[in-house]
Design a protein around this ligand. Structure first.
Ligand code: NAD
Length: 470
């Protein structure tokens, strides 16, 4: 075994490891108290500090921070508070005839010491959201937020220090190296949110200790628009979902597949809605945030240059300003198939559109790519909606809207294969941080007693009857 004894992360890990059984035994009421303390910190004590920090990190409007960061975590907490009692109850299950004389139940037990690694795009939601599930399930946790939103990380570290003892929850700020060091440790569960590339690194590190993983990843989420849709209604949510958080949303519409017959109408409506929402000068709009840093801005600029060099048409926007990490709301069509815009996750305010003739063509295109985290359908024709759902695969789907599936905690949230492994939110998040432990108790002698050694022909006959009838 590697000796990590000089490492402060090892000391923290060992501290939490030695405390995990005490935390795991905490009652429902004690867990509620902790969840309420976190809720109070977010809603009251630190609300303004959080808003200011996220604004500093990428000029996110206060309303967007309130709705997509503070509200979403508070809602996750409220949902856990209302349901935790029933989640923690042992779940009694039926007994097959062959096991007469026994009874069985499932106990949700904590996994133990957990690691939560989060990205920068929704820094608060994606760090504290999983933490709510981890606490509800009775775990200890070490949090490693992204180095790209340092102001938010500093406030989150303060909140964690204020609400929890580090033997239960600790947050470590720092660069990628911190995550690399932490990943060497034998965590009982790792909850990672980020890119598929880093997801593979996390899974490989987890495999060394057989740590279980939840991987909330990204990729390209298609939006299929059928000619039966009401473009005027559709455009309201498409423009909102694409430019919310400046396009830096894992479930934002990444690209649009538009039926050829309505392409021109779509482009016109899109331009007009961008004007409505962000004015003729989005740079000055207080509703329009920024790209997180220069590196990501340059990545996006290179995607546009790559498309344009292959004769793509910029229908709207395309301009940017490096010193302020600004990129205009951008719509691009006629893109070459091998362009980066159609092959890399965009994660910014650029929407490529690609025309299709038949719905089968759109379905085949989606299925030629990795399984998306989300797939959106805009159509009034129910048959078309069902055909798309039944012939594609995705982590989630919205019909005639996008992105808001995230805020329904009755739904599991997560991807499939390249877009993720495992689910988050509500009961599904609680389950992810729990081990479903099977408990069977014998009360009286049952039929299996008849089959104890030494075996003979009669016992073989009974076994044959069991196979056939029970
Ligand atoms: P990222 O994968 O680069 O980084 C995520 C986290 O991993 C950060 O905390 C970072 O410090 C850490 N990290 C980076 N490189 C590492 C390495 N080599 N070893 C160990 N840890 C490492 O992702 P990002 O740029 O922060 O976020 C954008 C990605 O996250 C997009 O792909 C997006 O779709 C995805 N995402 C997914 C969801 C979801 O819920 N499914 C939500 C938000 C973002």
């Amino acid at each position: 075994m590697t000796d990590y004894s000089d490492n402060r992360y090892v000391k923290l890990f060992d501290l939490q490891k030695s405390n995990q059984y005490a935390i795991g035994k905490t009652t429902y009421k004690i867990r509620l108290r902790k969840l309420k303390a976190l809720k109070f910190a977010l809603e009251k004590e630190y609300k303004t500090e959080i808003e200011n920090a996220i604004y500093k990190d990428f000029r996110k409007p206060k309303l967007e921070t309130d709705l997509t960061e503070i509200y979403l975590v508070v809602k996750e907490i409220k949902y856990a508070i209302s349901n935790l009692k029933s989640w923690l109850k042992p779940q009694h299950v039926d007994t097959p005839l062959t096991l007469l004389g026994t009874s069985s139940y499932i106990k949700s037990e904590p996994k133990g010491v957990c690691l939560i690694i989060s990205p920068w795009n929704y820094p608060l939601t994606l760090t504290f959201g999983p933490l709510v599930s981890a606490i509800a399930a009775g775990n200890t946790a070490i949090l490693k937020p992204s180095e790209m939103t340092p102001n938010t990380s500093t406030v989150m570290a303060k909140i964690v220090k204020n609400v929890f003892d580090e033997s239960e929850v600790a947050l470590i700020e720092g660069e990628v190296d911190v995550a690399k060091e932490l990943l060497k440790l034998p965590f009982n569960h790792i909850f990672f949110t980020g890119s598929p590339t880093v997801g593979k690194i996390v899974m490989a590190a987890a495999a060394k200790h057989l740590s279980s993983v939840t991987l909330e990843l990204g990729g390209k989420s298609p939006t299929i628009i059928h000619e039966s849709t009401n473009i005027k209604a559709a455009i309201r949510t498409i423009v909102w979902g694409k430019f919310l958080n400046n396009g830096q949303t894992c479930i934002a519409p990444d690209y649009v597949l538009i039926q050829e017959s309505i392409k021109d109408e779509f482009v016109k409506a899109f331009k007009s809605k961008v004007l409505d929402y962000y004015s003729a000068n989005p740079k000055d709009s207080e509703s329009y945030s920024r790209i997180v840093n220069e590196k990501h801005l340059k990545r996006l600029v290179s995607y546009i240059e790559d498309a344009v060099s292959n004769k793509a048409t910029i229908e709207l926007g395309g301009d940017h300003n490096v010193s302020s990490n600004y990129m205009a709301p951008t719509l691009i069509s006629n893109i070459a198939e091998d362009a980066k815009l159609l092959n890399e996750e965009i994660f910014g305010p650029i929407l490529p559109i690609k025309a299709y003739k038949t719905i089968e063509e759109a379905i085949n295109y989606v299925n030629s790519k990795e399984k998306p985290l989300a797939l959106y359908i805009y159509a009034k024709n129910r048959k078309v909606v069902n055909t798309i759902i039944n012939n594609t695969r995705a982590g989630s789907t919205c019909i005639n809207t996008n992105a808001i599936q995230y805020s329904n905690h009755y739904l599991p949230f997560g991807g499939s294969n390249n877009s993720g492994i495992g689910k988050a939110h509500g009961f599904f998040g609680f389950q992810e941080f729990s081990n479903a432990r099977s408990v069977l108790k014998k009360h009286t002698l049952g039929p299996l007693y008849l089959l104890l050694p030494p075996y003979n022909r009669l016992k073989e006959k009974i076994a044959e009857i069991a196979i056939k009838w029970f």
